[in-house]
Design a protein around this ligand. Structure first.
Ligand code: FES
Length: 91
């Protein structure tokens, strides 16, 4: 798997070493909040990461094939189902 994460079911390319929030913002997929600390303090970047639960995207590094979802809607429900089945990464 190349340097791709799955965000709400969509493939998103990342630069090695990049945080999930940086990758999402670079692609215009994570809106900047009025307070967006980037250091794990504000909680404005919380996402659901397969196999890890709810985490700060600014502190979480991208990994090839990692499944990540916003906290609301069908994508989060699908990821929670995938987690229940023990499937944390894209094949
Ligand atoms: S941006 Fe503030 S916790 Fe991630």
């Amino acid at each position: 798997m190349s340097n791709i994460i799955l965000w709400d079911g969509l493939p998103v390319a990342f630069i090695p070493g990049e945080s999930i929030s940086d990758a999402l913002r670079r692609h215009g997929l994570l809106a900047a909040a009025p307070i967006f600390c980037g250091i794990g303090q504000c909680q404005n970047c919380l996402v659901l990461i397969a196999g890890r639960g709810v985490r700060e995207a600014c502190l979480s590094k991208c990994e090839p094939g990692l499944k990540v979802a916003s906290l609301k809607g069908k994508a989060a429900a699908a990821l929670r189902q995938s987690e229940a089945e023990g499937d944390h990464h894209v094949a």
